[in-house]
Design a protein around this ligand. Structure first.
Ligand SMILES: [Zn+2]
Length: 108
């Protein structure tokens, strides 16, 4: 766990505060089954689709490319969000989404 914690700090810096709208996704690589935590900050990572009220479709979308440490499989994470920045759809290629929520995963 020690080295992982160090790596974690290197990847995500000191911004480890939860409860400020940050989401954590845990993705499992389809090839080597490594579990990869992904930090999502809705304030900076989301892309607005510039919807008008009443329009259908996602209000925000998120694209992230994730690579683990064990292999070079590139995993694409795609999320759709509604007007309240709630997740309305999800799609992962190259892996699968194990969990998504505000809690930072502790024991990966
Ligand atoms: Zn892998």
């Amino acid at each position: 766990m020690g080295w992982l914690h160090t790596l974690w700090r290197r990847l995500f810096g000191s911004a480890q505060t939860g409860g400020d709208g940050v989401l954590w996704a845990v993705i499992e690589c389809a090839r080597c089954h490594e579990r990869i935590p992904v930090r999502i900050d809705p304030r900076t990572d989301l892309q607005s689709e510039y919807r008008e009220p009443g329009e259908t479709g996602p209000w925000y979308t998120l694209h992230k490319e994730v690579m683990g440490n064990r292999c070079y499989t590139l995993i694409h994470l795609y999320l759709e969000f509604g007007q309240q920045r709630n997740v309305t759809a999800q799609q992962v290629s190259g892996g699968q989404l194990l969990s998504l929520g505000p809690e930072k995963p502790e024991d990966i």
